[in-house]
Design a protein around this ligand. Structure first.
Ligand SMILES: *[C@@H]1O[C@H](CO)[C@@H](O)[C@H](O)[C@H]1NC(C)=O
Ligand SMILES: *[C@@H]1O[C@H](CO)[C@@H](O)[C@H](O)[C@H]1NC(C)=O
Ligand SMILES: *[C@@H]1O[C@H](CO)[C@@H](O)[C@H](O)[C@H]1NC(C)=O
Ligand SMILES: *[C@@H]1O[C@H](CO)[C@@H](O)[C@H](O)[C@H]1NC(C)=O
Length: 509
């Protein structure tokens, strides 16, 4: 039973045997496998197999037609380990011979990849120091290397592409219009990858400096006492500008000093001053390698405090006509550097209000503004009532004479107070509630006038229409209800007045 199928195959086996015998030299078809790319200095493995070959074969590996390696009488697929050099790149084939046959494989092209080395950043301009708005181009340069990609780092973090602030192309990074935020440390990394093997080389960091143009300088001065005399401290400064900046001071167009500001865009000059004398017109000049700017001039004249002092009282009201704040302002006839001190019921108010809460029951609640020249009673109440006066002296002379103002009486009545929430002071700032008592009176008067005019118009209108036999109720006072073609001159002029009044009231609101 078991032999029957075998017997059935016999004719086929015999046929096959005949076929093999007649084709004594079978064609050899070697197959070459190997890498397409390899790093210089690495080992590239090629393997050549001739599937179906019965007898041992000789394999030759050729590079661009020249035999480089041979493997004799190999039973199994032959493998070749090649050390990759500059000359290893090219087209490889495998030739298999033996058993009376020979064959060549398809070609495998090997590309030699040179790992990057000695990477550095070059810049245009060099060194990379530019003014804002200028272009900076950085290039990532390697001494050796092929098949490279580039990664750029700014302050140690990678710049991803595409980027809004940088143009990345090939091995260059371009900052088209440098901004101060783009100043910092740049470095690059050149790299390549074959399979999961990558080789990279990083550059050292290069500092890109973006300088800011200097703005027009400003000038101011203060005075201080030095021994028996006085000196002026002139400040020259710019709002922006990258140091180093050369500041110079000239008085009456004669240079009196120059300073190189290395850190901040500011410089100070000490000049002699005599109170009461005009020492001339001073100007500051600032210069850089590309700019030269001059300030406005300031007259170096110190007028000592003198004449009379005066306190002005201003009441501020909220929208609901309640008293919001009282502002007392101290004025003096003359004085370039006045120092103001306030008195309440003849005792001096400390410049730092409410440093100690223990004083609160005695002293009024106040805030000083405008360098002490204004005293603000932000929550006026009966406690703030009293006599206020100010005295002024030269700020540069602590022992100098005072000019004292007459006292101004501030009287906060209970009537105003009762209509004010005392426990919860208004969160509104006094600036938001600028309605003085004069404005309130004006508004009331305007309303009254408007009402009178409206009543007048209604009366005239009613009278006229009564005469024409048209009976209209007297309370129709809306100007829209008036016939526009009304014949009476009195009628139209009155109407115009009403409209003018309307406009006026709207504007003053
Ligand atoms: C980059 O680094 C520089 C120097 O350390 C620093 O001055 C600059 O503020 C940094 N810029 C940013 C955007 O981080
Ligand atoms: C001038 O004023 C500046 C700023 O207030 C100060 O730093 C500087 O020391 C002053 N110079 C003199 C000579 O007093
Ligand atoms: C600033 O002043 C220094 C010293 O006086 C001088 O050497 C330098 O050239 C000046 N720089 C500029 C931009 O004027
Ligand atoms: C200040 O003087 C006024 C008016 O004489 C008086 O009403 C008020 O109580 C005085 N205030 C203090 C704290 O003495």
């Amino acid at each position: 039973m078991k032999e029957l199928p075998t017997l059935a195959f016999l004719p086929f086996l015999a046929l096959t045997n005949v076929f093999v015998k007649t084709c004594a030299a079978p064609p050899v078809r070697p197959v070459l496998t190997g890498p397409g790319m390899a790093y210089l200095g690495s080992t590239a493995l090629f393997s050549c197999a001739a599937p179906g070959a019965s007898s041992p074969l000789t394999y030759d590996l050729t590079l661009d037609g020249v035999v480089t390696r041979t493997s004799r009488r190999a039973e199994r697929p032959a493998s070749f380990a090649l050390r990759v050099t500059e000359r290893s790149g090219g087209s490889y084939r495998c030739l298999a011979t033996g058993g009376g046959g020979a064959g060549a494989s398809d070609s495998v092209r090997l590309t030699v990849v040179t790992p990057p080395s000695n990477t550095r950043v070059t810049s245009e301009p060099s060194p990379p120091v530019v003014y804002e708005g200028a272009r900076v181009t950085l290039s990532c340069v390697v001494t050796r290397g092929s098949h490279l990609s580039y990664t750029w780092l700014f302050n140690r973090s990678e710049i991803t592409s595409p980027s809004s602030s940088f143009n990345l192309q090939g091995n260059t990074l371009e900052i088209a219009q440098a901004a101060p935020e783009q100043a910092g440390l740049y470095s690059c990394m050149a790299w390549s990858r074959i399979g999961d093997v990558s080789r990279f080389s990083s550059s050292s960091e290069i500092l890109v400096t973006v300088k800011v143009y200097v703005s027009k300088p400003r000038i101011s001065f203060s005075v201080f006492k030095e021994g028996d005399g006085y000196r002026g401290n002139v400040t020259c400064w710019s709002r922006r500008g990258s140091p180093p900046l050369n500041f110079s001071l000239s008085v009456d167009d004669k240079e009196v000093g120059s300073v190189t500001a290395a850190e901040r865009p500011a410089a100070w000059f000490s000049v002699a001053v005599v109170p009461g004398l005009d020492m001339g017109d001073a100007r500051c000049q600032v210069s850089t390698d590309v700019q030269e700017l001059t300030s406005d001039s300031v007259t170096l004249e110190v007028v000592p405090v003198g004449g009379a002092a005066k306190v002005e009282v201003e009441h501020l009201y909220r929208a609901d006509s309640k008293l919001a704040a009282i502002i007392l302002t101290c004025g003096v006839s003359r004085g370039t550097f006045p120092y103001v001190s306030w008195l309440y019921n003849d005792s001096v108010l400390p410049a730092e209000a409410h440093a100690e809460p223990l004083f609160q029951p005695v002293l009024p609640q106040y805030v000083l503004a405008d360098r002490g020249r204004a005293l603000v009673l932000a929550a006026p109440g009966p406690r703030e009532s009293g006599y206020y006066s100010c005295r002024v002296r030269d700020s540069y002379d602590e022992a100098g004479p005072w000019v004292e103002s007459p006292a101004a009486l501030v009287h906060v009545t209970d009537r105003i107070l009762n209509s004010m929430p005392r426990a919860t002071p208004s969160p509104e700032t006094p600036q938001n509630v600028h309605i003085s008592s004069l404005e309130v009176i004006t508004m009331a008067f305007c309303c009254f006038l408007l009402l009178m005019l409206a009543v007048g118009v209604a009366c005239v209108y009613a009278m006229l229409h009564h005469r024409h036999g048209v009976c209209l109720p007297v309370n129709v006072r809306n100007s829209d209800a008036l016939p526009l073609s009304a014949p009476s001159r009195v009628d139209t002029s009155a109407e115009r007045d009403v409209q003018n009044q309307n406009q006026m009231v709207e504007m003053s609101l």
